[in-house]
Design a protein around this ligand. Structure first.
Ligand SMILES: [Zn+2]
Length: 154
C-alpha cells in the first residue's frame, strides 16, 4: 500500500510490471514530498481498448507499451484536482528519474520520447524490457489497415 496514491491509482497498477510498480510507488512518495503529487490514470491496457483509442484518434499505435503493462500514465494533482501545468510534469519526471535510479530500473519519460512528447507517460526501457506481445503484433503485419476506421476518426 502507498499513502501517496489513492485506491483508484493503486488499482491501475494491477498488471503493471513489478519493476515499474516499484518505481511508481517510490516516485509518488518523492513527488508528494516535493509538492508535486500525481495520480496514476492508466496502467495496463487491453488490446480491445488500444484498438478503440486508435479508432478514436487518441493513439497512433497498436504497439503501445501499456498493452504488456510496461507503461503508466499519470496526472499531476493540486489539492486532489488534476491539472496540466508543464512545470509540474517536469518535476514529476524528475521524481520518476530519481526513483528509477534508486530502484536500478531503466525507464523513459514520454516527454523525452521522439514523436510522442507525452508528459503524462512513463515506460520501462524497451531494450531492457522488451514486450513479446508487441513483437507478435508486428509479425502479424500488415494488419493495421483493418484496425483503422474507414473514414478516419469522426
Ligand atoms: Zn501512456
Amino acid at each position: 500500500m502507498s499513502r501517496f496514491l489513492t485506491p483508484p491509482s493503486l488499482a491501475q497498477l494491477d498488471g503493471v510490471h513489478a519493476d515499474l510498480r516499484r518505481v511508481v510507488l517510490r516516485a509518488a512518495a518523492q513527488a508528494a514530498e516535493a509538492g508535486t503529487p500525481f495520480e496514476v490514470t492508466e496502467g495496463r491496457r487491453s488490446l480491445a481498448r488500444q484498438r478503440q483509442l486508435v479508432r478514436d484518434g487518441k493513439s497512433r499505435t497498436l504497439q503501445s507499451r501499456h498493452l504488456g503493462g510496461f507503461a503508466v500514465d499519470v496526472v499531476a494533482t493540486d489539492g486532489g484536482k488534476p491539472h496540466h501545468r508543464a512545470a509540474s510534469y517536469q518535476a514529476i519526471a524528475r521524481s520518476f528519474a530519481a526513483a528509477a535510479a534508486a530502484e536500478g530500473v531503466r525507464i523513459r519519460w514520454g516527454g523525452h520520447i521522439k514523436g510522442l512528447f507525452d508528459g503524462r507517460h512513463f515506460e520501462l526501457d524497451r531494450v531492457a524490457y522488451p514486450d513479446p506481445t508487441a513483437a507478435r503484433l508486428q509479425r502479424r503485419a500488415p494488419a493495421a489497415p483493418a484496425d483503422m476506421p474507414a473514414g478516419g476518426p469522426s
